[in-house]
Design a protein around this ligand. Structure first.
Ligand SMILES: C[S@@+](CC[C@H](N)C(=O)[O-])C[C@H]1O[C@@H](n2cnc3c(N)ncnc32)[C@H](O)[C@@H]1O
Length: 393
């Protein structure tokens, strides 16, 4: 398309905003499409962009009102907190993002760089990246519709650092390096002769053995959830494995002195839920060593790892609870205790089939009319009623 953005940006943006209004008012697709006035962009594109702008509020907050996405571009776009962190770690004068999508990460890179280049194979998405750069006033960004795996592009490229966040095939049960597009192994082969600084964003579920490129594997947690896995190669690597928690930016690495814990279902004064990111990165003992944890490992599992201690520890990788009561795991006994503790709600924090969750919860919450919100754990056949400590980072 290669439209002149100076000439049509305002008109297009206004049309998208009007379409957002019509969708929000509940008009059907055909009615909305008929009402879209002709701009430099096709009506169906305007409709998709408007729909995505509504959806994007959840991920981007108010920034969404300025940005342009297609469905896939939005789904795989980097959350702003992560993009800001990655851009701080990769501060270079000339940076190239060779699979830039609608350009979210690229635009965050541009804040610290003199010049950033975005390469994208998909024409529509490249145009959206262009609109996004224009919308955010990033005038140090160039964009090219090219294949990142084009040998000619790799030879011509002038960058201090190359970054790629490849597309993931939808519905893949087991994530593999070789099915990502562009294939990171190929990107590495083509670009590492140009620069010793190449970084990738990989699906966090991918197994470590599958990552055949050497470098630091950085597991990224966003608001206590495993969100991303970055691979920093060559001189970008600072260790072998790390985990970072955002927004606090607390970090743990395999170089932090490890400490192991004994398993025990003894319930002490505090309970700690461990961020899955730490478990996935295999850095639990390094985290415990780093914070000097004195206590025991109560439970380990795919979904929940629990620690207990008489000491109070602060880490963004831990959710802290104060234990209020430990009792037999029996509904009437739990219900009685919750009443005594002035409870209003009790969130279940143990393995329970999702179809049974609300039935069980209703039973333990029966007749509660207090004010407090408790969390119910199950440890070695015992019920533990706990309350968030309020010191979460
Ligand atoms: C996960 S998205 C990038 C998202 C981006 N980091 C962001 O924050 O908005 C990956 C993009 O890579 C593009 N892509 C896939 N293969 C490519 C190739 N060989 N060359 C260039 N771009 C490619 C896809 O079209 C897709 O838009």
């Amino acid at each position: 398309m290669g439209v002149n953005l100076d000439a049509c940006f305002d008109e297009f943006n206004e049309t998208v905003n009007k379409t957002v209004d019509s969708i929000r008012r509940g008009y059907g697709r055909n009615t909305v499409l008929k009402g879209i006035k002709k701009t430099c962009f096709d009506r169906n594109m305007v409709f998709e962009v408007a729909k995505c702008r509504i959806k994007a509020r959840k991920k981007f907050g108010e920034l969404a009102d300025k940005l342009f996405f297609d469905n896939e571009g939005l789904r795989y776009s980097t959350p702003p907190v992560v993009a800001a962190y990655r851009a701080k770690r990769l501060r270079f004068k000339k940076l190239a993002d060779v699979s830039c999508g609608v350009g979210v990460q690229l635009l965050f890179f541009s804040k610290h760089a003199e010049h950033t280049l975005g390469v994208e194979k998909n024409h529509f998405r490249l145009e959206l990246a262009r609109l996004n750069a224009f919308a955010l006033g990033c005038d140090n960004v160039s964009l090219m519709q090219r294949d990142a795996l084009d040998e000619k592009l790799a030879k011509e490229l002038d960058a201090d650092c190359v970054f790629s966040d490849p597309a993931r095939p939808a519905g893949e049960k087991v994530r593999k390096l070789e099915t990502l597009q562009p294939n990171p192994v190929e990107v590495y082969r083509l670009y590492h002769v140009k620069t010793g600084r190449i970084a990738f964003e990989l699906p966090p579920q991918i197994s470590r053995e599958n990552i055949v490129i050497d470098g630091e594997k950085e597991y990224t947690s966003l608001n206590f959830r495993l969100n991303r896995l970055a691979l920093y190669t060559g001189e970008l690597a600072t260790c072998d494995v790390s985990a970072v928690s955002l927004p606090s930016e607390e970090r743990v690495t395999n170089e932090d002195e490890p400490m192991s814990l004994l398993e025990s279902d003894k319930v002490r004064d505090y309970f700690y839920e461990v961020d899955v990111t730490i478990i996935k990165s295999g850095l639990l003992s390094n985290l415990l060593g780093k914070i000097g944890f004195d206590g025991s490992l109560v439970q380990t599992g795919k979904r929940r790892t629990l620690l207990s201690s008489n000491g109070l520890y602060e880490s963004a990788f831990l959710r802290t609870y104060v234990v209020r009561e430990t009792l037999v795991f029996d509904v009437p006994t739990i219900n009685k205790a919750l009443k005594r503790l002035n409870a209003r709600k009790a969130t279940l924090r143990f393995e329970i089939d999702s179809k049974d969750y609300w039935g069980f919860r209703k039973k333990v919450e029966k007749g509660l009319n207090g004010e407090k919100h408790f969390y119910l754990f199950k440890v070695g056949g015992k019920a533990v009623i706990a309350e968030p400590s309020g010191i979460q980072k």
